[in-house]
Design a protein around this ligand. Structure first.
Ligand code: NAG
Ligand code: NAG
Ligand code: NAG
Ligand code: NAG
Ligand code: NAG
Ligand code: NAG
Ligand code: NAG
Ligand code: NAG
Ligand code: NAG
Length: 692
């Protein structure tokens, strides 16, 4: 007989068996930088110390032009600000379905493989010896220690060197001999310290790291996380990868680096100087599944197990009301509360006090689903409190959907969630307060100072990277659904933060649709034409909204601006483009104070993103590359193509077509299913399509 106890045990075994599936390999994360551009400063790369991005290279220490006066005693770091998961907590191996109880046997540790391939040009400007060195670095954070010039290579300093809490592993290319070095031209594997664990002299390979004449070298760093083997190849920039590595060493990275680490470069000069340039970089890191996924599998399966066990009891005719009590309890909230890293749960009266009882005067704005108030918590912490009112809220599910997603999103261009509160049917989310308000208030604020060009470019780069994160980098695809200038917040550095995830939902099983949200979210001018037909958001419709924001920022005009005889900004810009005078679209308040090449790149990108045919719009990885300047600007047809429905070049799943066909919409704009898209600017009420 199946007793409830057996049943639960069986389910738990099932959970264990599920693990290999949950941790099965994903496609590796891959980043290619074919060239570098100053606009990547702060947006694509984190630049510290004396480093900069100029002359199409990462300059880890100053280059001659910018700092001819003094190249000595400098150090810098440039890191790619994405945390990579480099190893798995458990020693469980997914391939052998074998659990090791022996942690000295490192073979079973799950460690991410990665490849970092780069082209460097390190040279000295005089016939003296060069110095001091350059390194590829895996580090726990984005900081650079102070006084890390000279022998410390931007890696450590006199106090930190050799300290295991550094959690730094690096491959150094050292050009100045210290007493612990074999010579002034060697490669080394550094663990916590510039005193390398292993060194290899490069002279016998015919390599001079820092010659007088500028010379390109290619370096291939390959780490095999299964074999725990680090191999480094190096050759002249015009040669292919040599057959054998220069340096080869077994190292279990799990023992030395933090589970989540960053990758990048560092370098230093000392009493001798050299230029430390990276010209190209390609980074591929195996994508280990997130811990929380596993916990979620646990929780979800656990809940299912409990539910099934309880139904077993019922079938057996046991304790009837017990089931009702437990199943009706929305105890997933309890499970949420116990998750590590969860934002804080606030008491309702704390937030009531913080917002002065939801004072109208403290109202910051009104989002699609709720009102936002400014709040002041003890210790002078400013927050934005988003209050979901009962009318807007269908129930706890929406809240949970929002919370479980927002909580797990971490990106420097997203507004961070501080905490939440749930009291009866009232729900509140607490976010970081953004002192500079929303982007639209700076573009059309009137009295506000105009955003300069550099700042605008940076904002667009930030939004693009956040969108890329939501669409492609996060473990679950997330749609923003409501991208517009009023949802883009500016932090104290005027760096863009994408906010209002009230409408964001994971794209699971095509369940999400515009119809479900009881109307099309967003504002006219930002909503892609196909949304009105399909009644659902897609990554392509997010890209459309992004395009509208790009044009808005460059032109300084709302997407719905009637201009040049057109209803929409995009049509005017498209016409200027056809007539070869696209730069006339640039915000006149900028005067001559902008970079024409960048402006053209952004305008073309904006048009490409607003292509009426969804399938023709660029994808976010491409958008990020275009903005960083690593690929040429988009190719845009001279005449804006007509929107046709049903789409032909865009494959739409039958379920979506069904949604469109079976969902009655009181859309008065479209007489037939096949029509050119002629959008209009109406008041909000008239374009929100109600779904019966
Ligand atoms: C560089 O640092 C060394 C040692 O700290 C010092 O002796 C030297 O004077 C410094 N040189 C410059 C140009 O700052
Ligand atoms: C489990 O691992 C041990 C040693 O690590 C090995 O001897 C054994 O064959 C493995 N079992 C399976 C089922 O792979
Ligand atoms: C396993 O690792 C822990 C912590 O690193 C250590 O204290 C313990 O001695 C190790 N056990 C074995 C069998 O190596
Ligand atoms: C632990 O692993 C080491 C190295 O693989 C091996 O020599 C040793 O026998 C293992 N010990 C146990 C208890 O499995
Ligand atoms: C690294 O490069 C090697 C050789 O090109 C390749 O076999 C391996 O799959 C790559 N690893 C990753 C994580 O991309
Ligand atoms: C550099 O100095 C070396 C000796 O230190 C000398 O042989 C060589 O000719 C010099 N090269 C140049 C370009 O001055
Ligand atoms: C080394 O760097 C740390 C962190 O920046 C700093 O606190 C410490 O004072 C530095 N040591 C020296 C000798 O400068
Ligand atoms: C080094 O590589 C860069 C970028 O590919 C190239 O522009 C430059 O001409 C190369 N320099 C040499 C000396 O080969
Ligand atoms: C990594 O090492 C394992 C074990 O030695 C080997 O089977 C695998 O092919 C290697 N992977 C790569 C990409 O070389």
């Amino acid at each position: 007989m199946v007793t409830p106890g057996n049943f639960v045990a069986a389910i738990l075994v099932f959970v264990v068996l599920l693990f290999p599936a949950a941790s099965s390999a994903k496609t590796p994360k891959s980043f290619t930088f074919a060239n570098f551009h100053p606009t990547q400063f702060g947006s694509v790369f984190d630049v510290k110390g004396d480093a900069s991005i100029s002359k199409e290279a990462l300059q880890l220490t100053p280059d001659t032009l910018n700092n001819a006066y003094n190249l000595l005693n400098k150090s810098g770091r440039i890191m790619f600000p994405v945390r990579f998961k480099l190893w798995e907590e458990s020693s469980y191996s997914p391939t052998s379905s074998n659990i090791s109880l022996n942690n000295s046997s490192t073979e079973l540790d799950i460690v991410a493989s990665f490849n970092s391939t780069f082209l460097i040009n390190i040279y000295r400007t005089s016939n003296e010896s060069g110095g001091e060195g350059f390194a590829f670095i895996i580090a726990p954070d984005l900081e650079i220690p102070s006084a890390s010039f000279g022998q410390w290579l931007g890696l450590t300093n006199a106090t930190l060197d050799g300290n295991p809490s550094n959690k730094i592993v690096a491959i150094e290319l050292d050009t100045l001999k210290q007493d612990y070095d074999p010579d002034d031209n060697h490669m080394g594997l550094d663990i916590y310290s510039v005193k390398s664990k292993k060194t290899v002299s490069l002279s016998k390979f015919g390599i001079e790291i820092s010659p007088v004449k500028a010379t390109n070298y290619s370096v291939w760093i390959q780490y095999n996380g299964t074999a725990k083997l680090m191999e480094v190849y190096m050759a002249d920039g015009n040669s292919d990868k040599p057959s054998s590595p220069v340096l080869s060493e077994k190292i279990n990275l799990k023992d030395y680096v933090k589970q989540y680490s960053y990758m990048g470069f560092s370098a230093s000069t000392g009493v001798r100087a050299q230029l430390n340039c990276v010209l190209k970089w390609e980074l591929t890191v195996e994508d280990l599944p997130e811990e929380k996924d596993l916990k979620w599998v646990m929780i979800v399966v656990g809940v299912v197990a409990v539910a099934l066990a309880l139904s077993g009891i019922v079938v057996a005719g046991f304790v009837y009301y017990n089931k009702r009590r437990v199943v009706n309890d929305p105890n997933i909230l309890g499970a949420l509360k116990s998750l590590p890293g969860m934002p804080k749960e606030f008491r309702f009266r704390e937030l009531k006090k913080a917002t002065n009882n939801f004072d109208e005067k403290l109202k910051l704005g009104q989002g699609g689903f709720g009102v936002v108030y400014k709040g002041l918590l003890p210790q002078n912490i400013h927050v934005a409190v988003k209050k979901f009112s009962r009318d807007n809220l269908k129930g706890i599910d929406d809240f949970l959907a929002e919370l479980t997603i927002i909580n797990r999103l971490r990106h420097k261009h997203l507004v961070p969630l501080v905490g939440w509160c749930h009291k009866k049917s009232l729900l509140l989310l607490v976010y970081d307060y953004m002192p500079n308000g929303s982007l639209d208030s700076h573009l059309f604020g009137g009295s506000e100072k105009t955003l300069n060009w550099e700042c605008r470019y940076k904002i667009i780069a930030g939004v693009a990277s956040a969108l890329h994160y939501l669409h492609d980098e996060f473990d679950q695809r997330v749609l923003h659904r409501d991208l517009k200038a009023s949802n883009i917040m500016l932090d104290s550095n005027f760096s863009a933060r994408l906010g209002d995830f009230g409408l964001a939902r994971a794209l699971d099983n095509e369940k999400t649709s515009y119809a479900e949200l009881e109307g099309v979210p967003g504002t006219m001018g930002y909503v892609a034409p196909e949304c009105f037909h399909m009644g659902k958001a897609t990554t392509e419709s997010d890209v459309f909204g992004f395009g509208a924001v790009v044009l808005e920022v460059v032109c300084g005009k709302h997407p719905c601006t009637k201009i040049g005889g057109f209803q929409f900004l995009v049509d005017w810009v498209w016409t200027l483009y056809r007539e070869g005078r696209i730069l006339e679209a640039v915000d006149v308040s900028l005067g001559e104070d902008y970079d024409a090449q960048q402006a053209e790149r952004l305008l073309l990108l904006g048009l490409a993103c607003m292509h009426p045919i969804a399938g023709e719009r660029p994808k976010t990885p491409n958008i990020v590359q275009i903005i960083s300047g690593s690929v040429p600007p988009s190719v845009v047809p001279h005449f804006k193509p007509a929107f046709v429905w049903p789409a032909t070049s865009f494959s739409v799943g039958s379920s979506m077509l069904n949604t469109a066909a079976t969902t009655p919409m009181t859309s008065s704009y479209y007489g037939s299913e096949k029509s050119e898209w002629t959008p209009r600017c109406e008041s909000r009420e008239s374009y929100v399509m109600k779904v019966q």
